[in-house]
Design a protein around this ligand. Sequence first.
Ligand code: HEM
Length: 413
Amino acid sequence: MTTTHLLDRDRVRRLFDLRSSYNAIAGGDYTDDPYPAWRRLREQAPVHEGTVHELTGYQGQASFHGLPEPDRPHFSTFSFAVCDEAYRNEELFSSSTSLGLEGDVGVGASLLTMGGNRHRRYRALVQPSFVPAKAKWWISRYIEETVQLLIDSFVDDGRAELNVDFCAAIPVLTITSSFGVPVEEALDIREALHQPAKVIQHLAPIVAARREQPQDDLISILVEAEVTDEDGVRHRLTDAEIYTFAVLLLLAGSGTTWKQMGITLTALLTRPEVLAAVREDRSLLRPAIEEAVRWTPTDPMFSRWVTEDVDFHGVHLPRGSVLHLCIGAANRDPARWDRPDEFDLHRPMKRSLGFGGGPHICLGMHVARAEMAVGIGALLDRLPNLRLDPDAAPPRLIGMYERGATEIPVLFG
Ligand code: HEM
């Protein structure tokens, strides 16, 4: 693989800069710190009427999970206990909009929006490729080589911009190469994500080839997998089901891991003593990654659709309304964590909601953790005296529903 020569830097920048028009849709121009507002909201009441961005004071238009949906009433919650309760009650708080999109290709028909038994059956099909024991498979086949090649591209320069030139490239190349997509097409696919027909153009020949002759990759696993339908009949996944799953993995797995890795690096580089501790003792890298997912989860909100009229923590939620779970706020709930605004590697490990909760908890969390650990570990191994460039603007964390760093300019050597 000659990754670094094939990724067009300007194109990566356009696709992966949170402030670019490609990313404006999820509130990329929001530059304030939302946490003080979220703390006030959590202190005021468990459940509020309104969307998270309106309640936070963001005036822009924002599209994300459960948004904009202008014809439905919207409610939001900011506490750990209430978010966790909603996550665990999928009967009342459904991931499905019930729009009947089955058969289409796209996120609307994917695992993310399935419910109940159907969700369990489809998830069980792919779960074996995403368990912790499979992390080694992902690392040795896809992650390690990409990480080393990216570092090769700047190791002799003494400086680099890590957010786009490093963090952004790793997840997109991990997922596309696990599909068997050539590196030259990786960015085409990423750019076309909101136009499933274009993604299919890239995937269709691979799916057809794997149906003929399976290999040791993700598309082969999907091609060979069998699912049992409601009537007990076993069948292989259709091409449309495979494309849908692939689009979901690209959407769910590339932007998130990129931004979360940048958030983790920002947390470490702006705290040189913490970075030094992690460099000294690599067993602290995993706690650093978990703490970053708690402290600033890249996607701070996911939504559920209310299936029955219900009085929920003092607020009437009509059937069909949307309840937004502000997991970013939940992860800093002082009822669960002491000094929740502090980034602290040594706090006792407790489950956060940064990877979600309940039956739809992130399928790719072990792959994401592996990408971040291998990526940051390799930077520490290969770049001595890694530090922020004192002459450049320091990284800032921005974005409403997709949070991440602006730029991470570093020096080393
Ligand atoms: C650090 C990076 C990541 C974060 C913070 C993250 C976060 C999340 C969250 C919060 C959810 C739950 C959504 C909900 O409640 O509706 C979710 C679901 C999901 N994630 Fe991730 N994710 C990350 C990386 C990945 C990766 C690398 C993959 C795939 C390789 C992935 C695949 C998925 C899938 C398929 C779902 C839907 C699961 C279902 O509906 O059963 N994610 N993720």
